[in-house]
Design a protein around this ligand. Structure first.
Ligand SMILES: Cc1ncc(COP(=O)(O)O)c(C=O)c1O
Length: 365
């Protein structure tokens, strides 16, 4: 859709990247790294001061005491952390469950590692875990379960109770959890992000994936990290070492400096809540129905009846070509590409762009 948006010079609320300048502290941090001469390879698991800051942060938020030496690895973004996690855990013929609609890297990463993807559809407008189906699949054997909260594309959240329920369900199985928490700081309306590291039944059998790109508005920097108990992290690092060895050294120092100022991540939720509210208000009373959005920077909108002759994919293409607005259809987030009647808007954009986008959508009755 981004390519189509470019061709048609359309306003792009399709791909999930922030449309603002990052903080000047990013540039200062990079300059500082260069002054310090951080031009050469970083240590394989990552720059130690950064791993120590992550350990502190993870302890403050989840009460999980991660050893920076053995339980945290800096990666080339969330995507590489996910891929290394799959490669570390999945062997040929292993079944791996994940929930749809889903971020697009899970399914191919499971396949590329010889696993069998077991997609399970989230239920209702709150996109809840289908517990009965999960239990059935667990009985047939699951090597791992992938969860993602806050959830792209639906904006839903898993609660601490959901995590406990998941922990109880897999307690007597040898099933791992890969927990994609890249939007962990983008949570709205006074709610808290529930992470697997806070759940006693999950913390020792999970790999948690985070991304600096989402926190500091620099998705192009492609840096993230994984946290896991040391026996799992040992396996993870065997893969990480030969996939990338080490990641960009100067950026690691810069993110270490950024982490010393907690306001960056603490204020992210309220910053994005403002944009979410602006986008939602712009569509109030229009023909577009808004689904709940509790976290992330994505909003799902239901196509009006007047577009019911089109699939979500056709509607997204039509909107882009004829109306100059790029959104993403929900169907590609399902392995069977089902027509959903929903489109996803990324509201991580300056307010003027959100106003322009909602003005375009309001012209459709
Ligand atoms: C759910 C989810 N997981 C992982 C990622 C990948 O993060 P990164 O850009 O750090 O590779 C994204 C990026 O959009 C995402 O939406």
């Amino acid at each position: 859709m981004s390519a189509l948006a470019q061709t048609h010079n359309a306003l792009n609320l399709a791909q999930g990247f922030p449309g603002f300048e990052p903080s000047p502290e990013i540039w200062q941090g990079l300059q500082d790294a260069c002054k310090k001469g951080l031009y050469q390879y970083a240590p394989m698991p990552g720059y130690l001061p950064l791993r120590e800051s992550i350990a502190q942060n993870v302890f403050q938020r989840f009460g999980f005491s991660a050893d920076p030496q053995t339980e945290i690895t800096i990666t080339a973004g969330g995507t590489q952390a996910l891929y290394s996690a799959f490669t570390a855990l999945v062997e040929t013929g292993d079944r791996v469950a994940y929930f749809e609609p889903a971020y697009d890297s899970y399914h191919p990463a499971i396949l590329l590692n010889g696993g069998i993807p077991v997609p399970l559809a989230l239920q209702g407008e709150q996109f809840e875990i289908p517990w009965d189906s999960l239990e059935k699949e667990l009985k047939k054997g699951l090597k791992a379960i992938v969860i993602n909260s806050p959830h792209n594309p639906s904006g839903s959240l898993l609660s601490a109770q959901d995590l406990t329920k998941l922990g109880r369900l897999i307690e007597n199985h040898t099933t791992f959890v890969i927990s994609d928490e890249v939007y962990e700081h983008i949570v709205f309306d006074g709610q808290f992000h529930a992470g697997v590291l806070q759940e006693p039944l999950l913390k020792d059998r999970s790999i948690v994936v985070s991304s600096f790109g989402k926190i500091y508005h620099v998705t192009g920097f492609k840096l993230g990290y994984a946290v896991a108990a040391s026996p799992i992290m040992k396996e993870f690092r065997k893969i990480h070492q030969f996939q990338v060895f080490a990641v960009h050294s100067a950026s690691q120092h810069m993110f270490y400096l950024m982490m010393q100022n907690p306001k960056h991540h603490q204020e992210l939720g309220s910053f994005y809540a403002g944009l979410r509210d602006a986008f939602r208000m712009g569509l109030e009373g229009s023909a577009w129905e808004l689904l709940p959005c509790k976290g992330t920077y994505f909003q799902l909108i239901k196509m009006p009846d007047s577009l019911s002759n089109m699939t979500d994919l056709q509607a997204a293409e039509w909107l882009c070509q004829e109306k100059g607005l790029a959104l993403i259809p929900l169907s590609p987030f399902y392995s069977d590409g089902r027509n959903t009647g929903y489109l996803r808007a990324c509201f991580a954009k300056p307010s003027q762009q959100l106003v322009a986008a909602t003005d375009i959508l309001r012209t459709i009755s």
